[in-house]
Ligand binder design. Structure first.
Ligand SMILES: [Zn+2]
Length: 114
């Protein structure tokens, strides 16, 4: 027998036909009929009628999302601030070291480095 659109029985038990035993969305559609799509367990509506997530509400939830999105933490706010602070403190120290080195070289107490 040749398989055509009407005589295929493969997977017929899992199809969303009129006799599908699962829970349907049943939201009111723009046509005025009830939505026939399969409902999600958590809200009883389908992906079209249940709406999207409004995001984390609690600070705990926000923190969990933040932790899930951090890959290595090298670019986090506090790390960048620490780097800026280290550079700000380190620059004058390096300058002072260079100045002392030059003084010692000029006084002949240290071999010429470069
Ligand atoms: Zn629906």
């Amino acid at each position: 027998m040749r398989l055509t659109k009407d005589n295929v029985t493969i997977g017929i038990h899992t199809r969303f036909g009129p006799n599908w035993p699962g829970i349907r969305c049943l939201a009111k559609t723009r046509r005025g009929t009830k939505c026939q799509r399969a409902a999600y367990k958590h809200n009883g509506r389908c992906g079209l009628h249940g709406g999207l997530s409004t995001g984390a509400r609690t600070s705990e939830g926000l923190q969990r999302i933040s932790a899930a999105n951090i890959k290595h933490g090298r670019q986090t706010k506090d790390k960048l601030a620490a780097q800026r602070h280290a550079a700000k403190v380190g620059r004058p120290v390096l300058g002072e070291l260079k100045r002392l080195e030059r003084q010692l070289e000029d006084a002949g107490l240290m071999p010429d480095g470069d």
